[in-house]
Ligand binder design. Structure first.
Ligand code: FE
Length: 175
């Protein structure tokens, strides 16, 4: 049974300081902003918006935006991924299900897949938490490249510098 608290204390904020070693919170008020400068291009018709780039635990949380007919290259996951579709539809070439607005997706460690947005979908946006590394491969598993939280940060720095927000714009998302 949940803790029942007396009415007179239920709305009193916690009165003690946060742990001195705790990191500051991140709040992105308009995460799904249409301001194009905030979205980092990662391939043709593929963009991401950083929300939390976690360098101590090695994961990244982003909104992924893929426009009409976009493809997110084939990759293997060493760690779990959690996704929630905010807009549009997409599927993996390797599975027969479709993720659509409102769908939750769990990608287990060991998965290798290729994300496709169908031609009749203008754009999809999905919230993803990706842990560890995305290991890009050819159809037979040969290694082609990788991404981790550090390559993501590098991409953000270069992009934000280029669009005039400055490389340091990414700092607010790093913990
Ligand atoms: Fe994936």
């Amino acid at each position: 049974m949940p803790l029942a608290e007396k009415d007179e204390t239920a709305r009193i904020p916690y009165q003690l300081p946060m742990p001195p070693d705790a990191l500051p919170e991140i709040i992105v008020p308009d995460a799904n902003s249409e301001d194009e400068r905030l979205w980092v291009k990662q391939a043709e018709n593929v963009y991401f918006r950083p929300l939390c780039l976690n360098v101590s635990q090695g994961y990244w949380v982003t909104l992924l935006k893929v426009r009409k007919s976009g493809v997110l290259s084939r990759h293997r996951h060493a760690n779990a991924v959690h996704g929630f579709v905010l807009k549009g539809r997409w599927h993996y070439l390797e599975h027969d299900w479709e993720a659509r607005e409102g769908s939750y997706v769990y990608e287990p460690p060991g998965e290798t897949h290729t994300l496709i947005v169908p031609d009749d979908v203008e754009e999809m946006i999905t919230f993803f938490q990706v842990n560890g590394v995305m290991y890009y491969v050819d159809p037979y598993g040969k290694h082609l490249g990788y991404e981790d939280v550090f390559t993501k940060i590098d991409m953000c720095r270069a992009h934000y510098e280029e669009v005039g927000l400055g490389a340091d714009y990414v700092q607010q998302f790093i913990r």
